[in-house]
Design a protein around this ligand. Structure first.
Ligand code: MN
Length: 312
């Protein structure tokens, strides 16, 4: 509270005011990195979502799955590590590369390689077969590897739309420079201040990387119904004045308020916020549908070759 005197011509009045402090959105949960498991022989991941069952499957809708390969050194390998041909239907896979290179091939005919700082946004929708490997040349030398893969759900009306593939190179991402003139927020999808992302999404999604030097600060504000989480990729940060360690996931309550991020050291934070898809879901294996009947249909279609062809 502050008091100041306003001197007018004939009298002095006292004005009291409370400085408007922005409310902060509270932290609902901080998730420590869950035990490692392997996806194929190329991805050594912490599965944060759907996780160990303690979170509702829809808690982070539209984000259904989050696999995080924390920073890991891979020795050189003559044959690329990865995961062989497998199907998906009903959602999108989004792979964000922090270190290392991955290649993707799918039965819709798309092929792409992403490296450090890039993103691939693959819409499986009505169904594809794909394979995901460490890129061949990278594999031969090996090196540090760090990636996030998200499964982004699609609403029923888009689950059977045509598959597509969006490679998003780092230089295409809109970047908003922060006050210290060195830290910045890069936008994969959505908009932060003037910076926009190039990813086209089926439902409203905000997806950014905050890349901060020590002392760097940024504030974020999302509609309260948007499910929101921050994953600390690198460094140590303060989020709404709580210290959060590397590789931890912070899930925010659905309430009004800002999120304040401050880096204690050189840090990278993945920021996710999306409007929930309020529909029943029926996840099974590599499929994410609305009903059990649709899962049975997916297996029938797979057996009948409707997902196309892809060589191992
Ligand atoms: Mn896959």
């Amino acid at each position: 509270m502050n008091i100041f005197n306003l001197k007018l011509l004939h009298k002095t009045i006292n004005i009291k005011y409370v400085q408007a402090m922005p409310t902060l959105r509270s932290i609902e949960k901080i998730i420590v990195p869950p035990p490692i498991h392997w996806v194929g022989d190329g991805f050594k991941v912490h599965n944060f979502l759907p996780g160990d069952g303690s979170l509702d499957l829809q808690r982070m809708s539209p984000f259904f799955l989050m696999d995080y390969n924390a920073k890991t050194f891979f020795a050189p390998s003559a044959s690329p590590r990865g995961v062989g041909v497998h199907p998906h239907r009903g959602f999108e896979t989004v792979t964000i590369a922090y270190h290392g290179k991955v290649a993707h091939h799918d039965s819709a005919g798309y092929h792409g390689v992403i490296g450090q700082g890039d993103v691939q946004w693959m819409t499986a929708a009505s169904g594809i077969l794909h394979k995901e490997y460490h890129e061949k040349e990278w594999s031969k030398t090996g090196g540090w590897f760090q990636m996030v893969q998200l499964w982004v759900n699609l609403p029923a009306k888009h689950k059977m739309s045509t598959p597509k593939y969006q490679p998003i190179l780092n230089e295409q991402m809109g970047k908003h420079l922060l006050q210290d003139q060195k830290s910045y927020v890069e936008v994969i999808a959505g908009k932060y201040h003037e910076a926009t992302g190039t990813a086209s999404t089926f439902t409203p999604i905000e997806m950014y990387n905050a890349k901060l030097i020590g002392g760097g600060e940024a504030t974020f504000s999302f509609p309260k119904q948007f499910n929101t989480a921050f994953l600390i990729i690198d460094g140590k940060v303060e989020i709404n004045h709580s210290t959060i360690e590397t590789d931890h996931l912070v899930i925010f309550s659905n309430e009004d308020g800002d999120i304040h991020l401050k880096a204690n050291e050189l840090s990278v934070v993945l920021i996710l916020s999306g409007e929930p898809i309020n529909e029943p879901i029926f996840p099974y294996g590599p499929f994410l549908m609305n009903t059990k009947q649709e899962i049975i249909q997916a297996y029938n279609d797979l057996e009948n070759g409707k997902f196309g062809q892809l060589e191992e």
